[in-house]
Design a protein around this ligand. Structure first.
Ligand code: B12
Length: 241
């Protein structure tokens, strides 16, 4: 078993029962797509992992974490989802007993507001979820618009998932096999519909249902994410349990 396979097996053992998925990639696969200012400063072949949360994360991982935070009076934490993920991802990394692992989260920005890592590109090159962007539509119907945001679609969960973290194993370099992500939305008309739903009506969440899915967010989870963060007060949180 290669070092990278061993790392993947250990991370999966820890994170999969918590509703998270892990995929490996090489830093150069990511760097070859992104603009200079987004490149990660590691040598070719450096092993990385991307971590997703899938629908079951909310019940199996987040609610128990929240219950514990409430019981121990730690509900003042700014974003309980982010702190739950950081807690479990850093525990999983600690369990590897490895030096020089750089952990980055989706919400981390530099002082100039630039994201530390573009998790959608990472998910695509890792084979986790196809990242549909404007250039995937041949005749572009959005001539007049400057920004058309893109979206990753997971083959099993459609848009019902999130991309949370990227790990860089600075001392590990293994030759991985590049696997293309599954293209679940191959038709141009569907791709247009997907990007249209995301860019014009993302609040109705219909972009998440562009394909039929194995599992979606539960009603409780939908309620949590559709409630503005400022309204997720103690009473609201207690009612989820
Ligand atoms: C800033 C941000 C926003 C901003 C700006 C959106 C944007 N996409 O730029 C705002 C506040 C508007 C926003 C809103 C939303 N966001 Co947001 N956002 C982010 C964040 C933090 C950074 C995105 C960013 O700045 N990208 C910079 C631009 C330049 O990157 P880019 O467009 O991908 O361009 C790169 C690629 O094109 C790449 N590239 C070039 N060629 C090629 C070729 C290939 C094959 C590949 C793979 C790559 C590639 O190079 C470019 C860079 O040089 C990410 C998390 C993260 N750290 O990545 C979440 C993220 C993109 N958001 C997400 C979501 C869900 C949303 C919302 C739906 C709200 C929500 N949280 O529910 C809305 C949707 C708004 C909309 N209309 O689209 C999710 C998307 C999940 C997914 N399935 O893809 C992310 C990944 C967060 C997460 N944890 O999962 N968001």
């Amino acid at each position: 078993m290669s070092e990278s396979d061993a790392i993947l097996a250990k991370l999966k053992l820890y994170l999969e029962p918590l509703g998270m998925e892990v995929y490996m990639f090489q830093v150069d696969w990511y760097n070859q797509h992104v603009a200079e200012l987004f490149k990660l400063p590691y040598k070719t072949g450096t092993t990385c992992a991307v971590i997703l949360t899938i629908p079951s994360f909310f019940d199996t991982c987040f609610l128990p974490y929240l219950r514990n935070s409430i019981e121990t009076n730690q509900t003042s934490i700014k974003d309980p989802i982010d702190s739950c993920i950081a807690y479990h991802v850093s525990s999983a990394v600690k369990s590897l007993a490895m030096k020089n692992v750089h952990v980055m989260y989706d919400y981390e920005l530099y002082a100039n507001r630039r994201p530390k890592v573009l998790v959608q590109t990472a998910a695509h090159v890792a084979g986790a979820a196809f990242y549909y962007q404007r250039h995937h539509v041949v005749s572009d119907p959005w001539e007049q618009r400057k920004n058309i945001f893109g979206i990753c679609i997971h083959p099993q969960f459609g848009g019902w998932f999130a991309i949370r973290s990227v790990l860089v194993f600075e001392d590990i370099s293994t030759c991985l096999e590049y696997l293309e992500p599954i293209d679940s939305v191959p038709e141009t008309s569907k791709r247009i519909e997907l990007l249209q739903r995301l860019n014009d009506n993302w609040r109705d969440w219909t972009y998440r249902d562009i394909i039929s899915v194995k599992e979606k967010y539960s009603e409780k989870q939908k309620l949590y994410f559709s409630t503005p963060p400022k309204d997720r007060n103690l009473t609201f949180l207690q009612n989820l349990l």
